[in-house]
Design a protein around this ligand. Structure first.
Ligand SMILES: Nc1ncnc2c1ncn2[C@@H]1O[C@H](COP(=O)(O)OP(=O)(O)OP(=O)(O)O)[C@@H](O)[C@H]1O
Length: 265
């Protein structure tokens, strides 16, 4: 298959704990791939390694055909591997549009700051960034809050803005980590719709950790199930929800003893 992310025999230990254990998986270019599993299965650690936040103890990760060994998150960002982050506190006092306009300038490599400093090109640079930010606002249907301070947005609108920040640069893959948490159903539908459109119309690949099974079933194919640090199954959501071993691992094997998702039959 045409894999944009390849994880090969990757492990990560923290002292005596093996968070990820000889894990291999691939994310197909153009897919919306889900990653589910019980608490402590190693999903976040795997994401941290893919995004360059944590180094593997062993094994290899490739992004778009190239090994990511030793690359920092901003270097991977520059190559189009993006991860959404909560809007930082200091950004909550900027408007939605300003938040979007800050993205390229803040990234090494893009260096629009230098464009801003060059006299006559300054206005041109700012105009381009503003136009792109306005396009993103339209795409995400956030026009009515474009001038609102980010700190005043609802939880779901903030998630849309986080997604919007990935659109200010040319993303190839976006990693989404539990975006449904705390988002009301109406905005969740809008978030899911935006993800589908980014996938379909702009060719973004998404790799999604999620406990919300409604979102997984609507968006993701395939779904990869992690348990005890490695992949236990991969398949369509429909197949997995009828798989007794998956249901047992996900709902019976949680170390915290609670399931945060719900598989509906
Ligand atoms: N920095 C760390 N230091 C020590 N142990 C860690 C560290 N990060 C993760 N772990 C441990 O590694 C294991 C896997 O954790 P991880 O957060 O990757 O799981 P997860 O599948 O994302 O869980 P959740 O669904 O609860 O977010 C857990 O036992 C966790 O306590």
């Amino acid at each position: 298959m045409d894999a944009i992310i390849e994880v090969e025999n990757v492990s990560r230990r923290f002292g005596g704990i093996t968070a990820v254990n000889d894990c291999s998986l691939q994310v197909r270019r153009g897919s919306i791939t889900g990653l589910i599993g019980p608490n402590g299965a190693g999903k976040t650690t795997l994401f941290n390694m893919v995004a360059g936040n944590v180094a593997p103890s062993s094994g290899t990760i490739r992004f778009d055909g190239r090994k990511t060994d030793g690359l920092k998150p901003h270097e991977l960002f520059g190559r189009g591997l993006l991860r959404t982050f909560q809007i930082a506190h200091e950004f909550s006092r900027l408007t939605v549009l300003e938040n979007l306009m800050m993205v390229p300038a803040a990234q090494p490599g893009e260096n629009l700051a230098s464009v801003w400093l060059q006299g006559s090109r300054m206005r041109e640079g700012e105009r381009r960034v503003r136009e792109r930010a306005e396009e993103v606002v339209d795409f995400l249907r956030l026009g009515h809050v474009a001038q609102e301070l980010a700190g005043n947005l609802s939880g779901g609108q903030k998630k849309l803005l986080e997604l919007g920040r990935t659109m200010m640069v040319d993303a190839k893959v976006v990693l989404l980590d539990e975006i449904a948490a705390g988002v009301n159903r109406t905005l969740l539908a809008s978030l899911a719709d935006s993800i589908e459109r980014l996938n379909r119309e702009r060719g973004y690949t998404f790799f999604v950790i999620e406990h919300d099974m409604d979102l997984i079933s609507r968006l993701c194919d395939p779904v990869i199930v992690m348990a005890a640090g490695t992949v236990m199954r991969e398949g369509s959501f429909g197949d997995l929800r009828n798989d007794a071993a998956v249901v047992e691992a996900y709902f019976g094997g949680s170390p915290t003893g609670h399931a945060t998702g719900s598989v509906r039959s």
